[in-house]
Design a protein around this ligand. Structure first.
Ligand code: G1P
Length: 296
């Protein structure tokens, strides 16, 4: 058995240019998905998997993120005086969630560079990385399963999802071999965003990783890759090729519900899907959607 994993790293330094002008003065991670900022789903997922120590890698313009996970005394006091406990509970939900830490990325040199900024905080333990653009449905726990597999194999574990061939150019794509466990594959190759038609498979890395600390030694020497950025995918490929030292890299194939909030259309779909599943909004939303589609 490996270490008891307790730390989650959440890169949140991106500029969010796909959502301009909404993200001109506000981090994209704060965009609401129904009534919670996207980033809160991700922190809740980490905590649900037992990771109470959360390090966010932020950048300029990201103060709202820190504020969201901190107390807001004036508002709390007002709600308390009014006796509005429901709203007070909503305010406190994100405050009491996790032990939050922040470090700035400095130059935006890529995901691998962002993860390397976690080195001091993480130390020599395996840790999880959660990317904010992906929301995993709380009813389909993925991270817990990945942590379990990490412990059993003392390896690095990434989350994989089968995607249509038309989308492989948007992801890190894995070449795999089966193992004796149905949802676990061994990774023999990884390529970051292969050009259309050149993907070695349709198994895409979605934004969840449980990584051994050797990754920092690899990232430190990692040359820029796709897009001139220091790519986490390239570092993981090296770890897969140095099994005696790193324990290798495995994939957990996810078949549950995942919502992408990374671009506008997917973001709108995520809101509709999550809202239509909720007791307070779902029935009215579904009825309206049916009417709306019929009118169209
Ligand atoms: C990153 C990774 C990519 C992965 C993707 C998952 O890309 O570099 O390998 O497949 O996240 O969302 P990004 O979407 O940040 O460009």
């Amino acid at each position: 058995m490996g270490f008891q994993i307790s730390k989650a790293v959440i890169p949140a330094a991106g500029l969010g240019t796909r959502f301009l002008p909404a993200t001109k003065a506000m981090p994209k991670e704060m965009l609401p998905v129904v009534d919670k900022p996207a980033i809160q789903y991700v922190v809740e997922e980490a905590v649900d998997a037992g990771l109470h120590d959360v390090l966010m890698i932020t950048g300029r313009n990201k103060n709202a993120l820190e504020n969201h996970f901190d107390h807001v005394s004036e508002l709390e006091e007002t709600l308390r005086k009014k006796g509005d406990h429901d709203k007070l509970k909503k305010v406190n939900q994100s405050t009491d969630l996790a032990d939050m830490h922040y470090v700035r990325q400095g130059d935006p040199l890529g995901l691998g560079h962002a993860v390397l900024r976690a080195r001091m905080h993480v130390g020599r333990e395996p840790f999880a990385v959660l990317l904010g653009d992906d929301i995993i449905d709380a009813r389909d726990p993925l991270l817990k399963r990945m942590i379990e597999v990490q412990g059993e194999r003392n390896a690095t574990v990434v989350a994989l999802l089968e995607v249509p061939e038309s989308q492989t150019h948007m992801y890190g794509i894995a070449t795999v071999e089966p193992t004796d466990v149905e949802d676990v594959v061994k990774i023999t190759g990884l390529v970051e965003k292969p050009p259309a038609g050149e993907a070695p498979s349709n198994l895409a890395i979605i934004g969840r990783y449980v990584i051994r600390p050797e990754v920092f030694d690899v990232l430190e020497k990692q040359e820029p890759g796709k897009g001139g950025e220091i790519q986490l995918t390239d570092a993981l490929m090296k770890m897969a090729g140095a099994e005696e030292w790193t324990g290798g890299v495995y994939g957990v194939v996810f078949r549950g519900r995942r919502y992408d909030t990374g671009d506008k259309l997917d973001y709108i779909k995520a809101i509709v899907q999550l809202a239509s599943d909720r007791d307070d909004l779902g029935p009215d939303l579904r009825a309206w959607l049916t009417e709306f589609v019929a009118d169209e």
